[in-house]
Design a protein around this ligand. Structure first.
Ligand SMILES: Cc1cc2nc3c(=O)[nH]c(=O)nc-3n(C[C@H](O)[C@H](O)[C@H](O)COP(=O)(O)OP(=O)(O)OC[C@H]3O[C@@H](n4cnc5c(N)ncnc54)[C@H](O)[C@@H]3O)c2cc1C
Length: 382
């Protein structure tokens, strides 16, 4: 009998646990999941479109911890933070106890990046990367009339569209880039997308950084440019995530931007695996659901003693902005050229390198071409 320990009960941790139990259901190997949060299983992508769907935070929980324990035949230690990993001795330390493992899986997620902003209101800027964050701000999201968002990436655009699905709401978005989703879209498409969101009420501030945020009577004044300001009831920061690498680093594992793993998803210690928002596979940190699904299956097999190698197909990202439904397949290889069609039906932008389709952006009615085009994309790695 061996003991598998997973740190993290997000989509990554629970995917490994589920896939592994599928393979090992009849055997009585121990499974322990340690998580700093409640251990309830929820759909994180729903956090940025819950208002439109009229879902309270409680209704976003798909399965409470007790049921997860039953389903996975696991001991889930909730509200328990792992303080250290002793890789040579094969155990982890929490505040209360030490827990031995034969194989360890790191599914630690990521933390929101915070901008260094001046002012007495900067500390109260909120970020949403967990169910608990959302539960905390949910009443404010319902009550606030005016939301300001720092960053114009995926999460920012989705939250803006979601907030504006309620009546009489206003949104201001600030970004140093010249258009939204600037790391994912060609410029013409980004500008077109910005116009569509402006039509539902987004007020954009491009090439603009907020210098300070002042708080007075539950109002936040965002100062920028030459004595310009916007006053909002709530300020959300959505400028990106930093993979959780500190535990791994302290344990002496190789880290870069994320925890470095090979294509077996092993860290520099072969008994420790990593996946999800905390992990970096061959230089790639892909903080999305589909890559986690692929990685979870591979780790589960490897935990049973099989040797399974990760392969990544191209994995298009759906942007949850009903004002302009969008799917993006980031070009697999760089250096290609965009061929862009913008018309009344939406956008179809195809990226070609030496006549091979590398990526695409589809918006509006062109979204229906997603499956056909996705099949033409090369693998990220085979
Ligand atoms: C608002 C929002 C919308 C999104 N929408 C989409 C989408 O539409 N499509 C898509 O593909 N992706 C989307 N994503 C990204 C996707 O949800 C994430 O990539 C995925 O959920 C990450 O899962 P994870 O398990 O790696 O991390 P997390 O869910 O962050 O889980 C990390 C876990 O580690 C635990 N932990 C961390 N440190 C410790 C410690 N020291 N001790 C114990 N426990 C610890 C935490 O408590 C938590 O349980 C979205 C993300 C957000 C924030």
């Amino acid at each position: 009998m061996s003991q598998i320990v997973i740190i993290g009960a997000g989509f990554a941790g629970y995917t490994v646990a589920r896939e592994w139990r599928k393979l090992k259901l009849k055997q009585n190997d121990d499974l322990v999941i340690i998580t700093a949060d409640s251990g309830d299983f929820y759909s994180k992508p729903m956090l940025s479109n819950a208002l439109q769907q009229n879902k309270s935070p409680e209704r976003l929980i798909n399965m409470p911890k007790a049921k997860m324990e039953q389903q996975l035949q696991a001991n889930i230690l909730a509200q328990t933070k792992v303080m250290a990993i002793k890789a040579e001795q094969h155990y982890v330390e929490t505040e209360q106890e030490t827990i031995a493992y034969d194989k360890l899986v790191l599914a630690l997620g990521a933390s929101p990046i915070r901008l260094p902003i001046q002012g007495n209101g900067a500390e109260q800027v909120v970020s949403v990367n967990h169910w608990q964050d959302y539960q905390r701000i949910y009443p404010k999201l319902r009550q606030a009339n005016h939301l300001a968002i720092l960053g114009a990436g995926l999460i920012a655009c989705e939250f803006a569209n979601d907030f504006l699905s309620q009546e009489n709401k206003q949104v201001d978005i600030f970004d140093i880039a010249a258009y939204p989703l600037s790391r994912l879209l060609p410029e013409t498409v980004g500008i077109w997308f910005a116009e569509k969101l402006a039509q539902i009420g987004v007020n954009w501030h491009f090439e603009t950084s907020v210098s300070s945020i002042d708080n007075q009577h539950e109002q936040w004044q965002l100062n920028f440019g030459e004595q310009q300001s916007v006053t909002a009831d709530l300020v959300l920061s959505a400028i990106g995530l930093r993979p959780e690498i500190s535990l791994a680093q302290q344990a002496g594992l190789n880290v870069n931007r994320g925890i470095k793993v090979n294509r077996y998803l092993q860290t520099s210690d072969p008994d420790i695996y990593a996946l999800g928002d905390c992990a970096e596979v061959e230089g790639l940190v892909l903080p999305f659901i589909l890559p986690i699904r692929q990685a979870g299956r591979v780790i589960a097999k490897n935990l049973t003693g099989e040797l399974s190698l990760l392969s990544y197909p191209a994995m298009p990202i759906v942007v949850k902005t009903p004002a302009m439904p969008t799917v993006i397949a980031v070009p697999v290889n760089q250096g290609g050229e965009w061929q862009v069609t913008l018309d009344d039906h939406g956008v179809k932008a195809l990226n070609y390198l030496e006549q091979q389709l590398q990526g695409f952006v589809l918006m509006g009615a062109y979204m229906s071409e997603k499956q056909v085009l996705a099949r033409q994309l090369p693998m990220l790695f085979a």
